[in-house]
Design a protein around this ligand. Structure first.
Ligand code: SAH
Ligand code: SF4
Length: 344
């Protein structure tokens, strides 16, 4: 019989297990605290539990399912990238970054990705499987344990399309925002999507209080369909409708990611199109020079072109920033470290 990944369970589910084998409910709370606050790596370290209960846990559950395969720290020490091996030997990665407001972790949600975006290393990978809530959660826990500081922010921007693993991602968010869990505020969580419109509506209804971050990358359907096959399923009009709905329902402004690719999506005409596309409600645009690890030969826009693009958006009333690229020396972008390791 396969052992149950204990971190897949919320406190209520864990309590039910514990009660069913004759222990009082408060034991579940203790176990939960060991898992999420004291961040122990084995049941044997849960020293306030009766020996018989520790034995029961060891026989039926597994606590840690990820092993660190590789860990790389950027020269400035502010970015650490992890390559993890899952219990079935698949590889995923996550990154922890230090900002002036504290630590933020970027987690993977799938092994590979089905979406096939032309510029993305993960898209070039075959989709293998969804990650379970426990496997997403452990990425945060291991990173937090390493830096010995509370992680207050989180982005679902590693390998995979979070909304294509909807139920597990929602459960993961409910676990991590739980006050008996890591207690990260929903406000500090960004869910990034390539634009699965049906799931954006579903997410809006759940009202998790998270930021929706939409990977736009092109201001018109013609170019976006070339870069992102998902646009053939849900075009920009449908995507924009869903974003407006998400804002109306949750009151959270939408964040748009726009990677800047030299001579492809970085002209003034395109910045005009972009401003028009998203006008009329609270949004924020993040311009990101494309990372050199892209599977195609796309080059990042020049600093001058990025500046002009940004200035034009600002003049048109768009709230826009250029994201500083963290940890470029350690292949910090999505999917790149894994690709290197697999090639080796
Ligand atoms: N699948 C989700 C989340 C994971 S990708 C999504 O697409 O939104 C996280 C972000 O990295 C996305 O905005 C994605 O477009 C971006 N990305 C992918 N390849 C990139 C590259 N080569 N350079 C810069 N950003 C990239
Ligand atoms: Fe998948 Fe996101 Fe990469 Fe597109 S950008 S292939 S959706 S991980």
């Amino acid at each position: 019989m396969d052992l149950v990944k204990i971190r897949n369970l919320n406190l209520k589910e864990l309590s039910e297990h514990i009660l069913a084998v004759g222990y009082p409910k408060f034991r579940a709370k203790q176990i939960f605290a060991w898992q999420n606050q004291k961040l122990v790596q084995s049941f044997n370290e849960m020293t306030n539990l009766p020996k018989s209960l520790i034995e029961y846990l060891n026989k039926n559950f597994i606590l840690q399912t990820l092993t660190v395969q590789k860990k790389l720290t950027s020269k400035d020490g502010n970015t650490i990238k992890f390559l993890y091996k899952l219990s079935d030997d698949n590889l995923i990665e996550s990154v922890i970054m230090k900002y002036n407001y504290g630590y933020s972790v970027c987690v993977s949600t799938q092994v590979g990705c089905k979406m096939g975006c032309k510029f993305c290393s993960s898209g070039a990978d075959r989709f293998v499987r969804n990650l379970e809530p426990a496997e997403i959660l452990e990425q945060v826990i291991i990173a937090q344990k390493l830096v010995q500081q509370r992680v207050g922010h989180m982005v679902l921007m590693g390998i995979g399309e979070p909304l294509d693993n909807f139920d597990n991602v929602v459960k993961f968010i409910s676990l991590i925002t739980n006050e008996d869990g890591l207690n990260i505020s929903g406000r500090n969580i960004s869910i990034s999507t390539s634009g699965l419109v049906d799931k954006i509506y579903k997410l809006a209804e759940l009202d998790l209080n998270c930021t929706l971050s939409v990977s736009l990358h092109a201001p018109n359907n013609e170019l976006r369909s070339k870069l992102m096959p998902v646009n053939n399923r849900w075009n920009l009009e449908k995507l924009m409708q869903a974003c407006r709905f998400y804002f109306r329902k949750t009151g959270r402004r939408i964040s748009f990611e726009y990677i800047m690719i030299n001579n492809l999506n970085d002209t003034t005409k395109q910045s005009n199109e972009l401003a028009k596309l998203i006008k009329g409600y609270p949004t924020h645009v993040n311009l990101i020079p494309i990372n050199s690890g892209s599977p195609t030969d796309f080059k990042p826009s020049t600093a001058k072109d990025i500046k002009t693009f940004k200035q034009n958006l600002e003049e048109l009333g768009v709230n826009v920033t250029v994201r500083r690229t963290l940890g470029a020396d350690i292949n910090a972008a999505c999917g790149q470290l894994k690709k290197k390791e697999v090639r080796r």
